[in-house]
Design a protein. Structure first.
Length: 253
């Protein structure tokens, strides 16, 4: 069953065609990879899906609802969360506070209730903190819950960003280069972790990743972009042996 449908998505920046007539569907429960050389349009496509960049043309459909012109916060509220190629944590906030920021999307108490400290607001705050600590435990950062995010290593910041995205309680999780800056052992651990969160939370995952062996081992299906165009789509074995993909990565020779 299709969860997300990308239909003829196109984005121009002046004379540059960053994404050109791209169409594919992402099925519920799968791990879907999006790969391609640098400058292929992968992050631009993520920005289109999450409302950060408006399309020049084309449509997006999520759970049989058109979301093409929705704002980023509206798309997040529908159950789509993402991480970024360039980490966007609140560096001066603690790990716990970074996760709590996302969880407040789902709280019901208003500002006045929070200031007054009504029983309902206090109950929600306790629940939010418990859930945030559970997510930090999952990414192995609970022992540093009260440490500012800026003091974390690059790999730990990546994991914290994933925890913050999970705090939005998404159905569709978009990961933009989650293994960037990680060594081989960390990438292997990350592969298992992505499968774990997919199964535990019933997620559908779409990831941009430059480490091709990781993608081939992890993903159910893969889409390949080159110069903004979709040049291959299918299961890992078929994509890996596609002549257009080999040429895009290695050159015609």
């Amino acid at each position: 069953m299709s969860l997300l449908a990308v239909r003829n998505m196109t984005r121009r920046f002046g004379g540059l065609l960053a994404v050109s007539d791209v169409s594919f569907s992402v099925y519920k429960g799968e791990i879907f990879g999006l790969i391609g050389p640098n400058g292929a349009g992968k992050t631009t496509l993520f920005n289109l899906i999450t409302g950060l960049t408006p399309p020049s043309s084309g449509d997006l459909e999520y759970k049989n609802r058109y979301i093409t012109r929705l704002k980023p916060h509206q798309i997040a509220e529908l159950g789509i969360a993402r991480t970024f190629q360039n980490i966007r944590l609140f560096g001066n906030l603690t790990a716990l506070e970074n996760v709590l920021v996302s969880q407040h999307v789902h709280t019901r108490s208003g500002v006045l209730s929070g200031v007054i400290g009504t029983p309902g607001a206090r109950r929600e705050e306790r629940q939010a903190r418990w859930q945030a600590m559970e997510l930090l435990e999952m990414v192995k950062l609970s022992d540093r819950a009260h440490v500012p995010a800026l003091s974390f290593s690059y790999g730990d910041q990546r994991r914290l960003e994933i925890a913050r995205a999970l705090a939005l309680q998404p159905e569709l999780l978009l990961l933009d280069e989650p293994s960037a800056g990680m060594n081989a052992n960390e990438k292997t651990t990350l592969t298992g972790f992505i499968r774990e969160i997919r199964d535990r939370f019933g997620l559908t995952v779409v990831l941009i990743e430059h480490h091709v062996p990781m993608v081939m081992n992890l993903c159910d299906r893969i889409a390949v972009l080159n110069f903004g165009q979709l040049i291959a789509l299918g299961e890992p074995a078929a994509v890996q042996n596609d002549s257009a993909v080999i040429e895009a990565y290695l050159g015609e020779q």
